[in-house]
Design a binder for this molecule. Structure first.
Ligand code: IPE
Length: 262
């Protein structure tokens, strides 16, 4: 079973001021995914459909008072509806290409505790897989057991690493908007070098901040998730989903330029 995360930056215009889909990329990525030849779960990020609201309503930060609680409840509803809308567009596109994509809404069955998944029953997902469906999950705004924050933003990266372990994935691919992990931010430093293999001992400079609002920690958050997975014996790979042919090669088992985390 293979799991692939489609970064929000590949599917949406992440810097946009309001939720904006990247139609061209979505069309191409959906086409490339039709090359899959084994059981597959897709998890996608939120991009401009989620981060803007999550930041505006400060989901995941301490609830200050009753009014702030009410405001955050409103923010939860708005964020959930927005990422759900993106998920609808992704699933529709996949279905048009012949992929039996079935939408699974994370906030309807996952609760976090201090922003880490605490409740998540995978029975339904397993059953869909056994019946030949391709479950499609996504980064979402969820309930959190910590009463001080009450709500949290759950990244697609955390979902994919949790499910990979729980469902014993053979392969985990993260399609991002960069070729992999670099010695420095390749968007600001032209001398940055691609690192082909990362382990927990690799020294990384991840201090450069992303220009867009990324409430789930950008590349640093991603690497931490994947190192945790590696610790449990599951190797993953970061590839550039914006390079034509990369996702197709990855899902059909061919070699792709990127960073392997083990
Ligand atoms: C974020 O999910 C979810 C919300 C902001 C609601 P991700 O962290 O997986 O999204 P991307 O890939 O960075 O856009």
């Amino acid at each position: 079973m293979m799991m692939i995360k489609l970064g929000g930056s590949a599917l949406t215009i992440k810097d946009a001021k309001s939720p904006t889909i990247d139609e061209v990329n979505l069309e191409r990525i959906a086409d490339e995914l039709t090359s899959y030849n084994q059981d597959m779960i897709i998890v996608h990020g939120a991009g401009s459909f989620g981060h803007i609201y999550a930041r505006d309503y400060e989901i995941g930060s301490e609830v200050k008072d009753v009014n702030d609680h009410l405001r955050k409840i409103e923010g939860m509803c708005i964020t959930q509806t927005s990422v759900h809308r993106l998920n609808y567009m992704v699933c529709r596109k996949l279905q048009q290409k012949g992929i039996p994509a079935v939408a699974i809404k994370p906030s309807s069955f996952i609760i976090t505790e201090n922003k880490r998944i605490a409740v998540c029953d995978t029975t339904v997902i397993k059953n869909y897989l056994e019946n030949g469906f391709v479950p499609v999950l996504y980064g979402d705004a969820v309930l959190d057991y910590n009463d001080a924050i009450k709500f949290a933003i759950l990244s697609g990266d955390q979902i994919i690493t949790y499910l990979a372990e729980e469902l014993n994935a053979d392969k985990v691919i993260l399609a991002s908007d960069v070729d992999g992990i670099y010695t420095d931010n390749p968007k600001t430093n032209p001398d940055a070098q691609l690192i082909e293999e990362v382990t927990k001992d690799t020294q990384l400079n991840l201090t450069s901040k992303n220009s867009h609002a990324d409430v789930t920690g950008g590349m640093e958050g991603k690497i931490n998730e994947l190192l945790e997975l590696a610790d449990k014996g599951i190797t993953s790979q970061i590839i550039n989903g914006e390079v034509e042919g990369n996702i197709k090669a990855a899902v059909s088992g061919s070699k792709v330029k990127g960073t392997i985390i083990k």
